[in-house]
Ligand binder design. Structure first.
Ligand SMILES: O=C(O)c1ccccc1N[C@@H]1O[C@H](COP(=O)(O)O)[C@@H](O)[C@H]1O
Length: 195
């Protein structure tokens, strides 16, 4: 099971997530309590070993803004929230990074439908920690898709059983307060997923 830990802003938490076995680490570069600048994301990404995917998270920005932030930060993937048209993914193909289309359960849930490499199925309000009916997408989402939205150490096993995703993604559920990551919860989340 692929695991992404998102919304990191401190080197200590990056090291914890990598040490605990995360497959991907997200840096939010859009309006959020977890926002980091592309320059700060570059500093943090420099600490991440090559086998862990670094992801820049965006919501509603145009492709050129995403491109500039991705190049400055050096992330190896971009995650686009906010009903982007197919053309935005096409416009970013030449960046050579992993493209992640982030949607809610009402969208087209076939990974690759917009030429993206990974699909993320999230709550309607991304990054809110809001839980939703994870089981509603079982059998509808297909390909390499991650489940997100209100996941936490105590519910992630049940969410995986309900939805059957390829991977999981968490932000609020490994925080002690909005935007404040907690190393103990990051480790507990990875233990819960991996057993
Ligand atoms: O984390 C944010 O603040 C954020 C802001 C804008 C777009 C996406 C954001 N986060 C993404 O939301 C999901 C799940 O979050 P949560 O675990 O429910 O808090 C995750 O993919 C984050 O990358």
């Amino acid at each position: 099971m692929f695991v992404k830990i998102c919304g990191l802003s401190q080197a200590e938490h990056v090291a914890t997530a990598v040490g605990a076995g995360a497959d991907a680490i997200g840096f939010v570069m859009t309006r959020s309590p977890r926002r980091v600048t592309p320059e700060r994301a570059a500093e943090l990404a420099a600490e991440v070993p090559g086998h862990v995917l670094t992801v820049g998270v965006f919501r509603g920005e145009d492709p050129e803004t995403v491109r500039a932030a991705a190049l400055t930060s050096g992330v190896r993937a971009v995650q686009l929230h906010g009903r982007h048209p197919h053309a935005d993914f096409t416009a970013l193909k030449d960046l050579g990074v992993t493209l992640i289309r982030a949607v809610d359960a009402q969208a087209d849930l076939r990974c690759g439908a917009y030429d993206e490499d990974l699909l993320l199925v999230d709550a309607p309000h991304a990054g809110s920690g809001e839980q939703w009916d994870w089981g509603a997408v079982r059998g509808r989402a297909s390909g390499r898709w991650m489940l997100a939205g209100g996941l936490a150490p105590g519910n992630v096993r049940a969410a995986i059983e309900a939805a059957g995703p390829w991977g999981v993604d968490v932000s609020s559920g490994v925080e002690s307060a909005p935007g404040v990551k907690d190393s103990r919860l990051i480790e507990e989340f990875l233990r819960s997923v991996r057993g």
